[in-house]
Each structure stands twice: as C-alpha cells, then as structure tokens.
Design a protein around this ligand. Structure first.
Ligand code: GDP
Ligand code: MG
Length: 292
C-alpha cells in the first residue's frame, strides 16, 4: 500500500477541546510538536506517525467573535490555515447547544474544498440520546463528510476519528522524520500556552488584549524554569488577569504549567508577571514586537 500523508486543521471555538485533542493524539503517537515556522505565531502542529501514514495536525487558537485589529488577525490566521489542508476537523462541545461562535466557525468552513469532519467532543459529559438532535442540527447547517462523537479527554472515539482521517489522506511523502524532536521553539509554545489559558479563564475582551512574552527559559536536568510576562492594554485588565488575591493569575499559571509540562515532557517552574503596555493592539509597532 502506498504511503499516505497530509495536513489537517483542527478548528473550533475556544474551549471546544482542540488542544486536548492534539495532546491526546500527540501523547500517544506524536514525534514532534512545534509551531509553524516563520509565518505565524498562532498555529501549533503535531505529527501523527504510523507505519504507512503521517498526518500533520494544525491546532488553531480558536475562532471567536471579537473586535479590533488583533482579533481580525487571529481569525484570519485560523481561517487561512484552512485553505491549504487535506481535511478539517471541526470540534464542537456536545453538551452545549449551537452557539454564535459555532456559527462563526461554520461560516469559516463554508466554501472549503476539502472534507470537513465534525467532532462532537466531550461525549463523556452527555447522555448519548442528547446527541441525535445536535447531529440533526449540525447536518442541516453543513454537509459534513462524517460526524463523529468523541471524548478528547477520555479518548473515546479518537481511534475511529484517526482511522477516518487516515483514509482521507492522499498518497504523499513523509514530511518529517519519525522521531526527531529538534529545534523546538519552546519559548513560543510556552507563550502560547499561557495565552491560551488567559483565553480560557479571562472573560470578554481581556484575552484579545493579551500578548505573552517569555523573559527567561532555563533548562536544567530535572526542571525547566520559566518567567513570562502577560502584557495587557489597560490597568483594569491587569486587575482582571491578576484576580482577587492573585487567584486568576494562579489559575492561569497552574493550568499553563501543566500543559507545558505535558508538551515538553519535563517538570516546569513557571513564574508569571503582568504588565500594562498601553493600547498595544492599536500600535502597529507593538503588534510587530509581540509577533503579530
Ligand atoms: P481549546 O481551547 O479548544 O484548545 O480547548 P482545550 O483543549 O484547552 O479544552 C478546554 C477545556 O475542555 C479543558 O478544561 C479540557 O479539559 C476540557 N475538555 C476537552 N475535551 C474534553 C472532553 O472530551 N471531555 C471533557 N469532559 N472535557 C474536555
Ligand atoms: Mg487550544
């Protein structure tokens, strides 16, 4: 049988479980996890290697309603990652009704030439009978190639998803070596993870006002020591990110740390600071400094 390979974008609103799915896939089979070089700072990819196939998964930051230059940039990044892939996995939360953000994601897949697979994630949290009306509603909204209920967290349905995706891949080369983990831009991944947690926990416009910079990254034998700064636009946002008695910052830090440990496979000490960088999303120079 000929070797198959291809690229697949995982899209969905923030919190749908995209990173969990990528981690689940990478945790078992992946050989490299690294962001797309040069072009964008918002896309992380992982490689699934199997005997006769290789699939590169692209994890996007989440298509999300919002305003301003930076939001436009991010949605554009997520949507443009769709133009050049062999398939798209659209992840939604099966325990929630179709939301405005889900509709925005549905809009983004309209007109795509490649097959789109809908994954109803978090099925571990729902009564299976609840899935039928949801499947019905989604199939009316878009002609999905397949609709697969999964639990990215528990693993249910993930193997079926991978088999389905492999079958969709064209014949192609091995793009990456089987097991090399070279030149991981770890600082980048760290910044992304922290930023994602801000997305996860902070409300409203705050996540879109955040840029994360990594100030220190020291790797020792057993532990990686990291200092990072969460840059916000306004004093009020600084307060929100820090939270009452530092609670929010602690939450962001501890969940980011866990995810970074998972990705880097090492114990991590993560120290976070919050700094006000006035109206940076409106200043092209500052946007550039932060990698946008
Ligand atoms: P992303 O923003 O789409 O990357 O979402 P994450 O992967 O960060 O997941 C958001 C939250 O949903 C996290 O708290 C996950 O633990 C949780 N989650 C993801 N997948 C599942 C799942 O299959 N079942 C349950 N119960 N929780 C999940
Ligand atoms: Mg994510």
């Amino acid at each position: 049988m000929a070797f198959k390979s291809g690229f697949i974008s995982i899209i969905g609103r923030p919190n749908a479980g995209k990173s969990t799915l990528l981690n689940r896939i990478t945790g078992e089979k992946i050989s490299i996890v690294s962001p797309k070089p040069q072009t964008t700072r918002n896309v992380i990819r992982g490689v699934l290697n199997r005997e006769d196939s290789q699939i590169i998964f692209i994890d996007t930051p989440g298509i999300h309603k919002g305003k301003g230059l930076l939001n436009e940039f991010m949605v554009k990044e997520a949507v443009s990652s769709l133009s050049d892939v062999d398939a798209v996995v659209l992840l939604v939360e099966s325990e929630k009704p179709v939301s405005d953000d889900d509709r925005l994601v549905l809009e983004a897949v309209k007109g795509l030439k490649c097959p789109v697979i809908l994954c109803l994630n978090k099925v571990d949290q729902v009564d299976k009978r609840q899935l039928l009306p949801l499947i019905d509603e989604y199939s009316k909204a878009y002609a999905f190639r397949e609709i697969i209920p999964i639990s990215a967290l528990k693993g249910e349905g993930v193997e079926l998803l991978l088999t389905t995706l492999t079958a969709l891949m064209p014949e192609g080369p091995k793009y990456f070596p089987d097991d090399s983990v070279t030149d991981l831009p770890e600082r980048f991944i760290v910044a992304e993870m922290v930023r994602e947690k801000v997305f996860l926990y902070a409300r409203e416009e705050v996540p879109y006002s955040v840029a994360v910079t990594v100030d220190k990254f020291t790797e020792k034998k057993d532990i990686i020591s990291i200092s990072a700064t969460i840059n916000v636009e306004r004093e009020s946002q600084k307060g929100i990110v820090i939270g009452k008695g530092g609670a929010m910052l602690k939450k962001i830090g501890s969940s980011a740390r866990q995810e970074i440990e998972g990705l880097l496979g090492k114990k991590v000490f993560l120290e976070l600071f919050v700094r006000v960088h006035k109206e940076w999303t409106k200043k092209p120079g500052a946007l550039k400094d932060f990698g946008y």
